[in-house]
Design a binder for this molecule. Structure first.
Ligand SMILES: Cc1cc2nc3c(=O)[nH]c(=O)nc-3n(C[C@H](O)[C@H](O)[C@H](O)COP(=O)(O)OP(=O)(O)OC[C@H]3O[C@@H](n4cnc5c(N)ncnc54)[C@H](O)[C@@H]3O)c2cc1C
Length: 506
């Protein structure tokens, strides 16, 4: 139990979606919450910047599993949909290949079947089997594993028989190959882990669950971007009596006798009985916790396989709303290679000359994201993280941007003649802006032996009162993952002392 019975202060380091969700949950439990973040806006990777009238949503664009957000709001006595205008996407996204073929993913199963039949009629049966298996993987991988704490190895051991049955040892790419023959369809069924930083050739086939999750719960877009969700979270925290302080970089989590006592930022010291770190788990253990024995030593962190880096070019165009009618809200543009490109990024750490891009065009759904008649885009290219060395982004950025532009020219011809705003993030920016180890996009890669018990836990093993939320902890990256991490940790934090007294008095 807490040795500070009168201290009901909880400090959250980081206003990413995981940190804000943890703050809401602790606020609902009566804790006096202070959130600290080094950026000038809440939302972390989900924040936005505005350039020349274009709002650029820097990170997440696809909202899946809205029920997790609805439940979070409910836990705080609020209604998510009163705060956020969430729009279902139909189609979800389009995938394109260099030979001009394309595949659209739809919410409707019949239309999906038509798409598969059009691309590769012989693969229809395999596709339907894949979908059925995806549901079983969703049940065990998300419902059973993703929403409970995993710091006790017995919880991980309990799922092993089901994992063996579902061939969790097999990568999702190998799993797709076992079901369908067309290389394009293999890509379409296996690329999803890239959205949470995993190499499809090495991430477990349990991630096939995403196909079920998309089909059953849809793919959504939040009007105002994910920034609107982060801003609404801040309003809930403030209505609970909590505070969000921006422009503050935390230097240390202080502990005494094995228990957190405070958080220090420069000359400021905030006493706290509970600390939640939403900074990357690697940053938390390597830099914020000083001294003492710990499981996550620098050597252990160095041995992890980290997710890939991201090169993201955000650009605006003027007077283009009537152009490129075939380019929708979400487009995945494949380069000539899939397996080989994955190997370059994840195994060889080599910046390749070819690339695959994810193209985001939110102005299709939300015209107000760009000045009148214009468009707002981002093009994202997965690249090796900084830990591989060899790429000096200060030198490479413009050269690589031109290569990205050459690929885009085939899909949005003439776009550079209309450019009205431009902003770029490279892995070097992820390192300096978010304090992300190796500048990677999604923290520790979600391989099977880096998941569940093997991942940094939601509760610290060495310091009582310290909890972790966000991409680097259980269950992992992506909005559903980080929102769940907050739910999991909040389940382990008792009500604030004052709230506990109120309950006892009732
Ligand atoms: C380009 C991109 C596209 C993505 N697309 C999707 C998508 O479509 N759908 C989806 O579900 N997910 C997507 N993701 C993944 C998802 O955005 C992230 O996994 C998730 O937002 C991470 O949340 P988090 O809670 O871990 O915190 P983060 O967003 O990483 O925020 C952590 C915060 O902590 C702050 N911080 C760190 N250290 C300190 C310190 N010492 N002191 C003070 N503050 C500190 C950082 O500045 C940051 O604001 C995408 C990610 C990226 C980068």
């Amino acid at each position: 139990m807490f040795t500070h019975p009168h201290n009901d202060s909880a400090v959250i380091i980081g206003a990413g979606l995981g940190g804000l969700a943890a703050a809401m949950r602790l606020g609902a439990k009566g804790w006096r919450v202070t959130v600290l973040d080094r950026l000038d806006r809440p939302g972390g990777r989900g924040s936005s910047v505005t350039r020349n009238g274009h709002r650029f949503d820097l990170g997440p664009t696809i909202v899946t599993m809205p029920a997790l957000l609805e439940e979070l709001w409910q836990a705080c006595g609020r209604d998510f949909h009163s705060d956020i205008d969430l729009r279902p996407m139909d189609p979800f996204y389009e995938i394109r290949w260099p030979d001009g073929s394309q595949f659209r993913a739809y919410p409707d199963t019949e239309r999906m079947i038509e798409e598969v039949r059009r691309l590769s009629p012989g693969d229809l049966r395999g596709y339907l089997r894949f979908l059925k298996g995806a549901e079983a993987r969703y049940r065990i991988g998300f419902q059973r594993l993703g929403r409970i704490p995993m710091h006790d190895i017995r919880e991980t051991l309990k799922v092993l028989p089901a994992f063996a049955r579902l061939r969790a040892d097999r990568s999702i790419l190998a799993h797709a190959k076992a079901h369908v023959r067309d290389p394009r369809l293999r890509m379409a069924l296996s690329f999803h882990p890239l959205f949470i930083g995993g190499d499809p050739a090495h991430v477990t086939s349990i991630y096939a669950l995403v196909s079920h999750l998309e089909k059953s719960y849809g793919v959504h877009y939040a009007m105002g971007g994910v920034q609107a969700i982060a801003d609404a979270m801040v309003r809930v925290i403030e209505a609970q009596g909590g505070q969000v302080r921006l422009g503050v970089t935390v230097d240390e989590i202080e502990a005494e006798n094995g228990r957190v006592t405070a958080v220090r930022a420069g000359a400021d010291r905030l006493p706290a009985a509970v600390v939640v770190s939403n900074a990357d788990a690697g940053h938390t253990y390597a830099h914020l916790l000083k001294g003492g024995k710990r499981r996550w030593t620098k050597a252990k962190l160095d041995r992890q396989r980290w997710s890939m880096g991201l090169f993201v070019w955000y650009f605006g165009t003027a007077g283009t709303r009537d152009k490129w009618a075939d380019v929708g809200h979400h487009t995945i543009i494949n380069g000539p290679r899939y397996d080989g490109l994955l190997r370059d990024i994840f195994i060889r750490g080599k910046l390749a000359d070819d690339m695959s891009l994810y193209l985001h065009r939110p102005s299709v759904t939300e015209p107000g994201v760009a000045p009148d008649g214009g468009d707002t885009f981002y093009a994202l290219s997965p690249v090796p993280h900084l830990g591989w060395g060899g790429v000096d982004w200060a030198q490479e950025t413009d050269r690589y941007r031109r290569k990205v532009a050459a690929v885009l020219e085939q899909h949005i011809p003439g776009f550079e003649d209309h450019l009205s705003a431009s902003h770029i993030l490279t892995p070097a920016d992820f390192e300096s802006r978010y304090l992300s180890p190796h500048g990677c996009g999604f923290s520790i890669e979600p391989r099977i032996l880096q998941s569940a018990w093997f991942r940094p836990h939601n509760v610290s093993e060495e310091v009582a009162g310290l909890y972790l939320a966000g991409a680097g902890t259980h269950p992992g990256a992506g909005l559903p993952g980080v929102i769940s991490s907050a739910e999991v940790l909040a389940g382990m934090v008792p009500p604030a002392p004052a709230a506990a007294l109120d309950l006892a008095a009732e």
